[in-house]
Design a protein around this ligand. Structure first.
Ligand code: PEP
Ligand code: MN
Length: 347
């Protein structure tokens, strides 16, 4: 729409798009409103839309992902995680955020202890899995709902939004009551039913890159969530499978500048799962931030040898704190800032 298009003109275009049997999606930028018309190509009468009052131009988006594309939304999106009982944390544009915590919630005492450590070290969002996607069915699978309740209590106590992995469509409704952010794991990046289900939810989604997914596949998965009306998608580069076997996965640092050009969505990195080994985590985290990531998600444990899951890659709290000090400096070079946690409601 041209920059002075009145609301009535915007409403008219929206209703015309719907009349053609397409979905309309509004994007309010700094200078103009863009109205996305999503549907089958044959349904859209471009000349008619171009003739409507207030329309500046009609531009076909050639990319297969539409709502995720830069063409649809020129500015970087800022996703807010939290609100309600905990502060809101912004991720995207010049806001960097650190999500940290254990791989899995093992018991309440360990969760509370790690959460306090990561908060003191500079994390503003707490992670902790209660449904774990394990390669072996005999490995620890997570504690389920009791773990979810502890995560909620702990987040509220420390003033941190919580991010928890959802593995199944049947968990979405239950989890939405507790979590501030759904994590979609790498192994579920193309679980399209799950993507649609969290797309209908009102909480933001941290979408990890699939183990063998291209950036395009990944953005099409983001499109599933966006197309259901959920605009809160944060991408997470967590490493992909390559022939290299010296580390667990290969963090594709290149995907970060590629995403910056292709999408408006924020992207964070997960150096823990990429490295698989704590010694490598800081360098990979630094590389990701230098490449333009909007923060990171990282696993921390005070006694990794006792961890039920992913112990070898967990940072010790001291190392985490040190890493955050370095990342703040790197972020500053690229005009990003890790916001400090605000005071908790109850200390
Ligand atoms: C996790 O975050 O603990 C996890 C299982 O990650 P991913 O899906 O990236 O393997
Ligand atoms: Mn893990």
């Amino acid at each position: 729409m041209n920059s002075h298009a009145p609301q009535a003109a915007i409403d008219r275009v929206v209703s015309e798009i719907q009349r053609m049997g397409c979905q309309s999606h509004l994007s309010q930028g700094r200078f103009r409103t863009v109205i996305g018309a999503v549907g089958e190509e044959g349904l859209i009468d471009q000349n008619h839309l171009a003739s409507l009052d207030g329309v500046e131009k009609v531009v076909p988006i050639m990319k297969p992902y539409k709502l995720a594309s830069r063409e649809f939304h020129e500015d970087d999106s800022v996703v807010e995680v939290g609100g309600g009982s905990v502060p809101k944390v912004k991720v995207g544009a010049n806001h960097a955020a650190c999500i940290a915590g254990p791989c899995a919630v093992e018991n309440q005492a360990m969760l509370n202890r790690i959460a306090r450590e990561v908060r003191d070290g500079g994390a503003t969002i707490l992670r902790g899995g209660v449904y774990k996607p394990r390669t072996s069915p005999y490995s620890f699978q997570g504690l389920g709902e009791p773990g979810l309740k502890w995560m909620r209590e702990c987040g509220d106590e420390l003033g941190m939004p919580i991010c928890v992995e959802v593995m199944d469509t049947r968990q979405v409704e239950q989890m939405e009551k507790y979590v501030d952010c759904f994590q979609i794991g790498a192994r579920n990046m193309q679980n399209f039913d799950l993507l649609r289900e969290v797309g209908k939810a009102k909480k933001p989604v941290l979408l990890k890159r699939g183990l063998a997914a291209s950036v395009k596949d990944w953005l099409l998965s983001a499109e599933y969530v966006l197309s259901q009306g959920n605009r809160g998608v944060i991408l997470c580069e967590r490493g992909i499978k390559t022939f290299e076997d010296s580390v667990r996965y290969t963090l594709d640092v290149t995907s970060i500048p590629v995403l910056k050009s292709w999408t408006h969505l924020p992207v964070i990195i997960d150096p823990s799962h990429a490295a698989g080994k704590r010694d490598y985590v800081p360098s990979i985290a630094a590389a990701g931030m230098a490449a333009g990531a909007h923060g990171l998600i990282v696993e921390v444990h005070y006694c990794p040898s006792e961890a039920q899951c992913d112990g070898p890659q967990a940072l010790l709290p001291e190392a985490f704190k040190e890493l955050m000090q370095q990342l703040r400096k790197i972020a500053a070079i690229f005009n990003k800032e890790f916001v400090e946690a605000s005071e908790p409601a109850r200390a």
